[in-house]
Design a binder for this molecule. Sequence first.
Ligand code: SAM
Length: 285
Amino acid sequence: MIDPFGRTVSYLRVSVTDRCDFRCVYCMPEHMSFLPKKDVLTLEELDRLCGAFIAKGVDKVRITGGEPLVRRGVMTLFRSLGERIGAGGLRELTLTTNGSQLARFAEELADCGVKRVNVSLDTLDAEKFRAITRWGDYAQVLQGIDAAQRAGLAVKINVVALRGVNEDEIENLLRWAHGRGFDLTLIETMPMGDVDADRTEQYLPLSLVRARLSEIFTLDPTPERTGGPARYVRVRETGGRLGFITPLSHNFCESCNRVRLTCTGMLYMCLGQEDSADLRAPLRG
Ligand code: SAM
């Protein structure tokens, strides 16, 4: 698939559920109303659609949500997609998770062919973690991360940089992640979803975070990419990799290679635009 700007689309992000066991303040209101089951694609429908994208040249699929690992039976989808890894099929099958269910599923994910996992973790302070996620259990997430590492999965920690919330912790998060051999990626808050909080209060430009980190660490730019939107530096003092995802202060449209599929079968060609195509109606038809 080549888009009208000449960009090859080879990366599909698939949301397999709108449900989540956390209520992160920047992502969802506390009292969410979720979609009726009939509107959500079945696991078989998701598998079939992914197969169609793979046949069209997609070689990387990221499973996301909501929280993908709270969807009942989701491992059957991982199992089936895992069988498509290899020549002419997928190069990579991965997921983004809040980590709450990783202790249960890490081994099985590895067994399905998953090699890397992104875990969202915005703080190393258990109380702050509860305040950000509202419902999350910090110890459970850390156990999940441990399990992922034991299962041989490469872990990348995703941190949303939040003004006045975790901005004083970013150095610590970086030392902790790199100390454990994990990449760390910082994400700017984006105006997505329907939340109760005021976003302008949460927005922390990563240019500022980067300038502050440069006073403590030596950040060597590297051309390394993992096929996603992050730009990376190597931190000389820790030897680890640090990524920046800066949709607001620095767009990454020119290198965009991905499209998104929602759990209702809507295909979004761009995270920042409403333009979409319904794939559920033709699929069910
Ligand atoms: N439940 C999974 C998780 O926690 O990673 C997957 C879905 S979650 C929506 C994917 C990522 O988006 C997480 O790293 C989360 O922190 C981030 N995210 C959610 N809302 C965001 C926002 N408004 N701005 C920036 N990142 C956001």
